[in-house]
Design a protein around this ligand. Structure first.
Ligand code: FAD
Length: 414
């Protein structure tokens, strides 16, 4: 017999889990199943990232990112504290390494103010007092930033969900979808699930899942790998708190930063190079299907046309160690090549519009039976509790529970 549920969530990353949690907190009588293709929670983006709870500094005022990051980050800190997940408020510096970056730093200071983030301007001397190894002509000191472990957040949410009565199925890829009356029938390796509402939080596969479910996604996913290097333990005191460069406003990436993790290691990264497979964690992970799409799909060809200069420079820094070290030394001149070693990567599910433009804000498509989360890059882990509540409100509207939907929406900043 197929399993009949109110809501099936595809993807056991932080967003799928946070959505299931928000649904069951608002209405414990709903039946919710989470399908995850891997054998653990948070196996992809949610478990392979910088673990920074962002302050909401960067985002265009009024955007979903801006509305959700500030309050979402504070809620995430409280969640970690309540569930024994490591968390520490560290603050961070955003450092201009040359005079020509000062206008962009000033723009960030204005955004901080508009978004309710505490950012204090520092001069050269004040930077040196706080971070003696960092070179900068000016900086913003942001108070609210915190560090956590989003993999541990996912495990805590999974445990909480079991207590709330959700059915959590790891090792359960959703293979195909069909309409069955007023339900979507999802085929997995272990039978069928008939769901009134489908929530697609499949990250790197979310556009493919939307298409398989019979919908036309408004954007498509291009995987961008973020590679990290690690500072050798003897130099782990090189910075005391996270240090970021001034980001390029034309790109949805924050630039290579130096981040002391809660386990005592110091990570440098991530860069942003095109991955050659959806789960392309290394250069040798190549999916010929993705390469064929890059060659023939107008959106991905547009992407290449628009960003080739940036892409080539990032690829060069990824492949030529000397160029990577030179880039890191702009921010921390006392680091040398011998102080750094490669230490893994994460792959971002980055949405691209039909005209090839990289999408900055979160994108959530709603159709008659489904909600597809199609762009949830950083700071979506930070904001996941709020995004989850936002999606849960949509779910209740689909289920005809408008009162509950209104109450859930009122609990978010969106
Ligand atoms: C390098 C890097 C650094 C980042 N740094 C930060 C940061 O410091 N702070 C921050 O807030 N955000 C950061 N982010 C962004 C953050 O990690 C993501 O926004 C967040 O993890 C997205 O969560 P998700 O649940 O949407 O995706 P994911 O965690 O990728 O989860 C999607 C899940 O869907 C599953 N899935 C896919 N297809 C199927 C299927 N057919 N059936 C069943 N399951 C399926 C996958 O296995 C996966 O587990 C970073 C991301 C990267 C890559």
């Amino acid at each position: 017999m197929p399993e009949a549920v109110d809501v099936a969530v595809i993807g056991g990353g932080v967003l799928g889990l946070a959505t299931a949690r928000a649904i069951l907190h608002a209405d414990p009588a709903r039946s919710v199943t989470v399908l995850e293709k891997e054998d653990r929670w948070g196996a992809h983006q949610s478990g392979n990232n910088s673990n920074v709870i962002h302050s909401g500094l960067y985002y265009r005022p009024g955007s979903l990112k801006a509305r959700m990051a500030r309050a979402g980050g504070e809620e995430m800190i409280r969640y970690c504290q309540a569930h024994d997940v490591p968390v520490r408020r560290t603050g961070k510096l955003v450092v201009a390494t040359s005079e020509d970056q000062l206008p962009r730093l000033e723009l960030l200071a204005e955004r901080a103010e508009a978004n309710g983030v505490t950012a204090r301007r520092l001069d050269r001397r004040e930077i040196a007092e706080r971070e003696p190894n960092v070179a900068g002509v000016a900086a913003l000191a942001v108070a609210e930033t915190a560090m956590t472990d989003f993999g541990a957040v996912c495990r805590a949410m999974a445990e909480e969900l079991t207590g709330l009565g959700a059915v959590l199925r790891a090792n359960s890829p959703a293979r195909s979808f069909a309409a069955g009356g007023d339900r979507t029938v999802i085929t997995t390796d272990r039978g069928e699930i008939r769901a009134r509402v489908l929530v697609n939080c499949a990250g790197l596969h979310s556009d493919a899942i939307a298409r398989a479910a019979g919908d036309r996604p408004s954007v498509q996913i291009m995987p961008f790998r973020g590679e990290y290097t690690e500072v050798r333990p003897g130099r782990a005191d090189v910075v005391t708190n996270p240090v970021y460069p001034v980001p390029d406003p034309d790109l949805p990436f924050l630039g290579v930063h130096v981040t002391p993790m809660l386990d005592g290691s110091v990570h440098v990264g991530p860069n942003a190079v095109p991955a050659l497979a959806r789960e392309g964690y290394r250069w040798r992970d190549v999916d010929p299907g993705l390469l064929a799409r890059l060659a023939r799909d107008p959106a991905l060809r547009g992407l290449t046309r628009r960003y080739w200069r940036y892409g080539l420079a990032e690829m060069a820094r990824s492949l030529v160690w000397r160029l990577h070290v030179r880039e890191v030394r702009k921010l921390v001149p006392t680091l040398n090549g011998e102080d750094l070693r490669s230490c893994g990567s994460g792959v971002r599910a980055q949405a691209v519009r039909d005209d090839g433009e990289l999408v900055d804000d979160f994108v959530i498509d709603r159709t008659a039976r489904a909600i597809h989360v199609l762009n949830a890059p950083s700071p979506a882990a930070t904001s996941s509790l709020h995004i989850g509540a936002h999606i849960a409100a949509d779910v209740f509207e689909h289920l005809g529970q408008d009162e509950v939907a209104r109450a859930v929406r009122a609990s978010t900043t969106a």
